[in-house]
Write a protein that binds this ligand. Structure first.
Ligand SMILES: Nc1nc2c(ncn2[C@@H]2O[C@H](COP(=O)(O)OP(=O)(O)OP(=O)(O)O)[C@@H](O)[C@H]2O)c(=O)[nH]1
Length: 758
């Protein structure tokens, strides 16, 4: 709570000390009477905090007296526009604006210091809370039943609309729009309450409901679950204390407490009154409602209303709200509420005991009292609220400057930036994946195949078969797949970098529509590539310069592979150690020799000697890992031996011209691979890449940007925690600016009217 609000309360407390409480049953001893007689308040009521408090009490009481004199209840008049007919129009404006401000403040996270007062309705179960609230609203709209139907706080905002406007309710949390049928409001409230399980029984999460009507005053009310005496079967044991502590949180300052106590139950037993007294011992912000006044003799009701035993500064109001007949909500329910009002009026008029001006009677009087007290309370705290909001605003501005250097941002601009970022990265990818890069990708793939094929020495003198092995190895499919894989991995990098990295769902969408485009092009590309390399399956011409290039490439390929083998051997030597490796190799060789000798002996002597198995090579002296490395070393040495032999052949005279190609199969296969590379790349580019490069950025726009409505844009931007923080701070700042503007308008109006009544 803001310190100024607290200050206001304390001022009022000080003021009370100088006001004499009515002690006798003499009706003239109300606070109004006291102030008129000058018994308590300071002499000049326009100055000092005590004067303000006295004025509050006097204002509340005097309005009631005036109404009684006039014998009319303008607030109950059908179609009545509160703003027009209220005598204190500036107050009405103040409350209306402050309720608007309150609703904005409610949407700001962590605004504990910026709370504006509401009227909180507490009372025991069945004390008549719902009936009182419905009488205030003039509609039956609250859920009824015996099975704990009020399970969550209902934060009810009443908005007085101009005369002739339609009446409707709305649930801001649900976004259902305007609900004109109060029966539907009732059933929605029931559903929301009953969604809290029987085991849980109550939940502190409030339901927000706004009712717009020309027949309601501007008020903010909170209906709470009723206090219970004992728990019934199936209810949690701690329910009683949980209800009490939920009410406790709501009855704190700056809220005004409306305690509903039935006339037929001794006030001494009212849990609501006791709770209110604990947090507001002087009764400065507690209004007592004595419900069911018709259930006790009029004299007894009058004695309670006289405010002697449990005095409250704001006094008690007696009401009769029994609707009569069954309850069903909707139109018939509304008619019942109206009939109940008539019955209430008749009841009070029909008993002489109530014909006293000092008594506050009827729901009309209650409504007026509530608006007066709320207006008074809010008005008194206006300066404090302005200071608190200004403080928060200054802090938000400072934080935004420090953290973001006042850089503007919106969900839309963030999404647009992110899309641009994707497109820029994609453009860079299209530059990188040019023809030379494509060729090197495809060449590397085919050269690996060349190495695999030519590793087998039997191709000597059978070049046509070796070449067919290459050309008929499904080149179309493998090169297309390879380029698709390259694209995918590059797109993954784009998706994981920058802003997009913060949006896993969108990353998936990007990859998914990229895959869709590529899938559509895949089959056509494979067929095209396969068709265009078809001639190479039958005949391959080779010029001398092509041959020379082929030899060069083949030599460098063999040399590269030798270097790789060399590096692998070196790695093993370093990790195992030369000596151990040598010992391991010797162990394997001697075991192999043993196996061979044993096999020979067996064959010669036809003995039934047990053959040596692989497992017999396992030695307790050498670890399996060492033997594994030793075997690997032996294989690498063997490979090196073959590669040296092939390199020697490629360097030999026989390979200098294409006429010796039978001697050098890898040189010839390298020429074939190069021809396949050139032809494939041409069609990969035309059929696959050009299409993809054209379509992808358009899909980004269509599917990620134009597709998004305002809510989705915001949701997208908020997925990024850093942006969410920035947007939150910016939103907080602009809401506080809006609030300050409204408050400034109110404060100016107040100055201009020279009002000191606030
Ligand atoms: N005679 C009489 N009965 C009333 C009056 N006000 C309410 N009732 C009846 O008292 C019962 C309880 O009233 P509610 O308004 O539902 O009480 P509540 O406090 O909202 O009850 P819970 O939500 O269950 O805590 C109903 O049967 C009402 O008809 C009244 O002024 N006079």
């Amino acid at each position: 709570m803001s310190s100024s609000v607290q200050g206001g309360i304390h001022q009022l407390g000080d003021a009370l000390n100088s006001i004499s409480f009515p002690k006798s049953s003499d009706p003239s001893s109300t606070s109004t009477a006291s102030s008129e007689k000058g018994e308590g308040p300071p002499e000049d009521p326009s100055t000092g905090s005590a004067a303000a408090a006295a004025a509050t009490a006097a204002a509340a009481a005097s309005v009631l007296t005036d109404d009684e004199e006039e014998g009319t209840d303008p607030l109950l008049a059908p179609g009545n526009n509160m703003g027009e007919i209220r005598p204190s129009g500036q107050f009405m404006m103040l409350t209306k604006k402050l309720i608007e401000i309150r609703n904005i403040l409610k949407t700001i996270e962590g605004n504990e210091a910026l709370r504006l007062p509401s009227i909180v309705v507490i009372g025991s179960q069945s004390s008549g809370k719902s009936s009182v609230l419905e009488a205030i609203v003039g509609h039956e709209f609250l859920p009824k039943g015996t099975n704990m139907v009020t399970r969550r706080p209902i934060e009810l905002t009443l908005v007085n609309a101009p005369a002739g406007s339609e009446e409707y309710g709305e649930f801001p949390q649900l976004g259902l729009g305007r609900i004109r049928d109060f029966l539907q409001i009732q059933s929605t409230l029931r559903d929301m309450n009953m969604a809290v399980s029987d085991e849980e029984c109550i939940s502190p999460k409030p339901i927000e409901l706004r009712i717009h009507s020309p027949n309601v005053p501007d008020l903010t009310l909170v209906d709470l679950p009723g206090y219970i005496q004992v728990t019934t079967r199936g209810q949690p044991i701690e329910l009683k204390s949980r209800i009490a502590s939920l009410c406790e949180t709501y009855i704190q300052e700056p809220n005004i407490i409306l305690t509903v106590c039935p006339a037929d139950v001794d006030l001494a037993n009212s849990e609501a009154l006791m709770a209110a007294r604990r947090v507001d011992p002087l009764g400065l912000r507690t209004i007592g409602v004595i419900s069911k006044t018709d259930l006790v003799p009029p004299e007894q009701a009058v004695s309670i209303l006289e405010n002697h035993d449990y005095p409250l500064l704001l006094g008690y109001v007696g009401v009769v709200c029994k609707a009569g007949g069954g309850r069903g909500g909707g139109k018939s329910g509304d008619a019942m509420v109206r009939r109940a009002r008539d019955r209430e009026e008749q009841y009070f008029q029909g008993h002489a005991a109530f014909h006293r001006k000092d008594l506050a009677l009827g729901t009309g009087t209650l409504r007026r009292k509530l608006t007066e007290v709320l207006e008074e309370y809010m008005g008194r705290n206006l300066d404090g609220i302005v200071d608190a909001v200004q403080g928060e605003l200054d802090e938000s501005r400072y934080q935004y400057k420090v953290q973001y250097n006042d850089r503007r941002i919106s969900a839309e601009s963030y999404v647009a930036d992110t899309m641009d970022e994707i497109k820029q990265s994609f453009k860079e990818l299209t530059r990188q994946l040019d023809k030379p890069r494509l060729r090197s990708e495809v060449r590397a793939l085919l050269e690996q195949r060349v190495m695999d094929i030519s590793g087998n020495g039997r191709w000597k003198h059978r070049l046509d078969v070796a070449s067919a092995h290459l050309t008929k190895s499904g080149v179309g499919r493998s090169v297309t797949q390879h380029i698709v894989d390259v694209l995918h991995s590059q797109l993954h990098l784009i998706a994981e970098a920058g802003n997009l990295g913060m949006h896993p769902a969108t990353q998936e969408r990007v990859m998914s529509f990229a895959t869709d485009i590529l899938r559509n092009k895949y089959g056509v590309t494979v067929n095209q590539v396969e068709n265009t390399i078809k001639p190479f399956k039958f005949d391959i011409e080779c010029t001398e310069s092509e041959w020379n290039e082929g030899v060069k490439r083949a030599r460098s390929l063999v040399e590269r592979e030798m270097a790789m083998c060399e590096a692998a051997l070196q790695g093993i030597k370093t990790s195992v150690g030369k000596r151990r490796l040598r010992a391991g190799i010797q162990h394997i060789l001697s075991r192999e020799r043993d196996m061979a000798a044993r096999k020979k002996r067996r064959e010669e002597a036809e003995e039934m000697e047990e053959p040596l198995e692989e497992r017999d090579l396992v030695s307790t002296q050498y670890s399996p890992i060492l033997l594994e490395k030793a075997r690997e070393t032996m294989a690498l040495r063997q490979r090196m031996f073959v590669l040296r032999y092939r390199l020697a052949a490629l360097k030999s005279k026989g390979c200098r011209t294409s006429s010796g190609k039978a001697m050098c199969p890898e040189a010839f296969l390298s020429v074939v691979a190069e021809k396949l590379t050139y032809t494939s790349v041409m069609f990969l580019q035309v059929e696959l890449l050009n299409e993809f490069f054209f379509q992808f950025p358009r899909e980004v726009d269509d599917r990620l940007y134009y597709d998004l409505d305002k809510a989705s844009l915001t949701a997208f931007a908020r997925e990024n925690p850093e942006i969410r923080r920035q947007l939150d701070l910016l939103e907080r700042r602009s809401k506080l600016e809006e609030v300050m503007e409204k408050l400034g308008y109110l404060a100016r109006g107040r100055k201009e009217s020279g009002s000191s009544a606030y």
